[in-house]
Design a protein around this ligand. Structure first.
Ligand SMILES: [Zn+2]
Length: 256
């Protein structure tokens, strides 16, 4: 049960470290795009995230699914059935991107770099053993927690690392701690998501959204399909591209 309920440290030291790490940019990159790019992402991830894939595809786009492999085939007491090898195959077939999210859902801010490397290595091996033999080039930090050393290493291994600091990615960014806005069921979530989308549309910027489960009555970690639908519709109407993480990075000039 512990692995499903871990909460990152809220100590003053952890808060200061979080702030310092946020400002220490590990992998500088420049977002330059003549069209806004919107990337919907799903962490951990429960099978119901496929409902999110359905919505994004309806609008002609694709999304990113960050797989925490120790949870593969498990049943989360919170989010229900987690992805399995069949889910990964289906996502590949439908053109979505499978990303890494550590094997054990590791708090990368509280772990030595060797442990982070080992855990992400296990994550990639487990994905490969589950039939996902493609190169994995997208990563998301569990809980958004990271260290400067972990960001540097993730930037060497992956094209993108996504955090959970809210905001849009425009101008100079850290491609190993890209900003992302959480989607959820509350009016506050919707308001913040619409504001982030508008900022990205106005600036031809890159905006990430993240959530976990998707449905008509999502958990407190998940988002309603209607919110994804509304955001995707507004984005496409404004000329944005709905792209998976690595394609988004390429479209924005963040990677070659
Ligand atoms: Zn996670």
């Amino acid at each position: 049960m512990q692995q499903w309920t871990y909460v990152p440290s809220r100590s003053p030291v952890a808060k200061v470290q979080r702030r310092v790490v946020q400002w220490r940019r590990a992998c500088m990159a420049q977002v330059e795009s003549d069209r806004p790019v919107v990337t919907f992402t799903f962490d951990d991830f429960p099978k119901s995230a496929l409902n999110g894939a359905d919505v994004i595809e309806k609008h002609g786009g694709r999304g990113g699914f960050y797989a925490c492999t120790s949870r593969m085939g498990q049943r989360s007491p919170v989010m229900g059935e987690m992805f399995d090898a069949g889910t990964l195959a289906e996502l590949r077939h439908r053109g979505h991107e499978v990303g890494a999210h550590t094997h054990s859902h590791l708090d990368c801010a509280q772990s030595r770099l060797e442990k982070v490397e080992r855990d992400i290595g296990e994550n990639l091996v487990a994905l490969s053993e589950a039939g996902h033999t493609e190169t994995v080039s997208a990563f998301a930090f569990p809980y958004g927690e990271t260290s400067y050393a972990a960001k540097r290493w993730v930037g060497d291994i992956f094209a993108t690392g996504r955090g959970i600091l809210p905001g849009i990615n425009s101008g100079e960014v850290d491609r190993s701690q890209l900003r992302a806005t959480e989607l959820g069921a509350s009016a506050m979530h919707r308001r913040r998501a619409l504001a982030a989308l508008k900022a990205a549309l106005d600036a031809n910027a890159w905006v990430f959204f993240f959530t976990h489960d998707v449905g008509t009555s999502p958990t407190s970690y998940g988002a309603p399909a209607e919110l994804i639908d509304e955001l995707a519709q507004r984005a496409v109407d404004a000329g944005a591209i709905l792209a998976a993480p690595t394609l988004g990075a390429a479209l924005c000039g963040v990677i070659d």
